[in-house]
Design a protein. Structure first.
Lengths: 116, 114
């Protein structure tokens, strides 16, 4: 089955610096790659996603890149702010045998701390 | 946010108790999920219900029993749990389709098994 590896497990940056989190996946059939942000004591929330037909997507200070050949995708946060501090999860989806129902497989998460 | 709600938010139970977790989604989605989130582990997919039919069970112990009476409600029935089952249980929903669909999470139920 699909296996998603996420690195680093913890990341500490100074406010204003950039942060990069990387994930690799094993199943070449995966075609959907969301990123979730989970603040302390709160539910995971989608912050950005990318589908396999594009290589990069950007939303203000957040961007995601996908390399299908190498089977890895990355989250980039620029001009980090203290409120970016959270645990970030990457995930990859697999289309089921009948062609529907995607099952997200998550990475282990990265705890990002942005120091003022 | 009221898209996906879960009750109770906190639950403490003994190993011999029987309890149920409830999830409700108000987004008109047709798929619902149960996840387990333990410390220092990735989110683990436990069950998926698509169009009210269970389509996957990732070898979860039988002491966890899901129920999906309709597309808006999902239950997780718990019995004779173990202390290692203590975790945050998250419900999510999505609109199933081709190419991947966003899952929306509930706030979770923090379960402690004594």
């Amino acid at each position: 089955g699909e296996n998603v590896e996420q690195h680093p497990s913890t990341l500490s940056v100074q406010e204003g610096d950039s942060a990069v989190i990387k994930c690799t996946y094993s199943d070449s059939a995966s075609n959907y790659f969301p990123w979730y942000k989970q603040e302390l004591g709160k539910r995971p929330q989608l912050i950005i996603d990318i589908r396999s037909n594009v290589g990069e997507k950007k939303d203000q200070r957040i961007a995601v890149t996908l390399n299908k050949t190498a089977k890895h995708f990355s989250l980039h946060i620029t001009e980090t702010q203290p409120e970016d501090s959270a645990v970030y999860f990457c995930a990859a989806s697999i289309v089921g045998p009948q062609g529907g129902s995607e099952k997200l497989v998550f990475g282990k998460g990265t705890k990002l701390t942005v120091n003022p | 946010e009221t898209g996906v709600t879960q009750t109770p938010r906190h639950l403490v139970m003994g190993m011999t108790n029987k309890k149920s977790l409830k999830c409700e989604q108000h987004l008109g989605h047709n798929a619902m999920y149960w996840y387990k989130q333990s410390a220092k582990k990735p989110l683990e997919l436990m069950f998926v219900y698509s169009l009210e039919e269970r389509v996957e069970n990732n070898s979860v112990p039988s002491r966890f029993s899901p129920e999906c009476p309709n597309s808006s409600h999902l239950f997780l029935h718990l019995h004779t749990l173990q202390p290692e089952d203590s975790a945050l249980y998250l419900c999510a929903s999505s609109q199933e389709g081709q190419g991947g669909d966003t899952q929306y999470f509930g706030p979770g139920t923090r379960l402690t098994v004594l």
